[in-house]
Design a protein around this ligand. Structure first.
Ligand code: HAM
Length: 417
């Protein structure tokens, strides 16, 4: 008789499992990154994974690809909710709603968690991905810009990630941005019929984003001399120029290499002033490991008091690809036993001393249990049978050499410090 097997259920496209073989690295990476920010007096904030859809429409901007095409939105009892596509809008919502704006400024926060964008999955681009991000709220100084950028660099350094390039730009004051938008439209209007469908839409909704288009015909125009001259001669306000100069001066003094990329406009609407990205050529087409910038109007846009702010987010999956990973943890002790209660008690005492300990739960003959200890690559097997329990002893077997020694349990525990 032919057996019909039950079909397996696969994970949704664009998602990833963090398997046991990676989880140690994953959480280790997040712990190291968090420690860098904690040491600069940033504290962690956790906001809901879903928010009211209007938060992202108003916050991220309804002319962005994220809001237009990529949101995972659903209805519950007539309300539209959305899985967060990024972290900043939620952090700012909490900052306003929970009164963090009444605490001493600047407020330094960081976060980590899953984000969701309905994008076309490809190498380095997922539909559920994870970000590690930080936000500094309440200050509009180039010094704050510098600190935030330096913290991102410090995180990468701690993770031993090398060969990353820093790209900087300023999108000017909000007023500059409006003027820039109109001037760009005037410049590109004669070319409109040659541009891709997306750019034709962006021309009306979000012309600045056109500069980011990857379609060859559009790119030829945006990379050409016409746009180059426009970008180099645009009349930015003195305020924006001065602030950007000071930031560059600080980075220069610290010998931090960067390139000014006038075409880098970032995909979210809330940016004002400094924007930046950290890219790696080891990531393929999706080269950005970190993106961020200043968003001086977002708190007001979401109903809070005037509050300048700046922040960044890194893709954790991309960090995982670039980071040098620690050795997997070793299993210090494998307890071979037919005395479960004593074995559990001993395991507790060993774990309290920081050891990684497993107790054999099979109740099989000791030979079989010792074979398991080998398979699990334990450093030592601890044999705890009837006679050891009676004598208050433990047999310690070094699995590599096979050398076995009996110790009194008390002396053994004391020897571990
Ligand atoms: P973003 O540039 O959209 O900025 O995302 C930041 C980082 O998240 C990217 O550089 C990338 O490493 C990672 N990332 C984004 N989308 C995906 C994806 N589909 N798959 C894998 N990784 C991805 C923001 O989200 C802003 N909230 C950053 C910010 C914070 N600006 C100010 N404060």
């Amino acid at each position: 008789m032919m057996m019909m097997s039950t079909p397996i259920i696969q994970r949704p496209k664009g998602t990833q499992d963090v398997l046991p073989a990676q989880s140690q690295q994953w959480f280790g990476l997040l712990a190291k990154a968090s420690a860098v920010l904690e040491s600069a007096n940033y504290t962690r904030i956790d906001t809901p994974i879903f928010e009211n859809t209007s938060l992202f429409e108003r916050g991220v901007g309804d002319s962005t690809d994220i809001v237009n095409k990529e949101m995972y939105s659903f209805e519950k009892e007539g309300r539209s909710l959305t899985l967060r596509p990024e972290g900043t809008a939620g952090v700012v919502r909490a900052y306003i709603e929970q009164g963090l704006h009444r605490t001493a400024k600047p407020v330094r926060l960081y976060y980590a968690g899953a984000m969701f964008r309905y994008e076309r999955p490809q190498e380095g681009r997922q539909r559920q991905f994870h970000q590690f991000g930080s936000e500094l709220l309440g200050l509009d100084t180039p010094q704050a810009d510098a600190e935030v950028i330096l913290q991102a660099i410090a995180v990468l350094k701690t993770l031993n990630i090398q060969g990353v390039e820093l790209h900087l730009n300023t999108v000017g004051t909000p007023e500059d941005r409006l003027r820039f938008r109109e001037a760009l439209k005037t410049l590109l209007a004669p070319h409109l019929p040659e541009l891709c469908e997306d750019c034709q839409r962006r021309f009306e909704q979000n012309p600045i984003r056109m500069l980011d288009c990857k379609v060859t015909t559009c790119k030829t125009i945006y990379d050409g001399e016409l746009v180059e001259t426009f970008l180099n001669t645009f009349d930015w306000s003195a305020e924006a120029v001065e602030s950007f100069k000071t930031l560059c001066g600080i980075l220069d003094k610290l010998n931090i290499a960067y390139s000014v990329n006038r075409r880098m406009v970032r995909g979210l609407d809330y940016y004002t002033g400094t924007v930046f990205e950290l890219t790696s050529n080891q990531l393929g087409a999706q080269s950005a490991v970190c993106g961020g910038g200043r968003y001086n109007r977002l708190v007001e846009t979401l109903g809070g008091p005037e509050t300048p702010a700046i922040g960044w987010a890194m893709g954790v999956e991309r960090l995982m690809k670039l980071a040098t990973h620690d050795e997997p943890p070793v299993l210090d002790f494998y307890i071979v036993t037919n005395q479960p209660a004593e074995a559990f008690a001993l395991a507790e005492q060993l774990r309290a001393k920081g050891a990684r300990v497993e107790v054999d739960l099979t109740h099989k003959p000791f030979g079989k249990q010792l074979a398991q200890a080998d398979k699990r690559k334990a450093v030592h097997a601890l044999i705890l049978g009837d006679s050891e329990v009676l004598k208050k002893q433990v047999e310690v077997k070094k699995l590599e050499s096979g050398v076995q020694t009996a110790f009194s349990t008390t002396a053994f525990l004391a020897s571990l410090g």
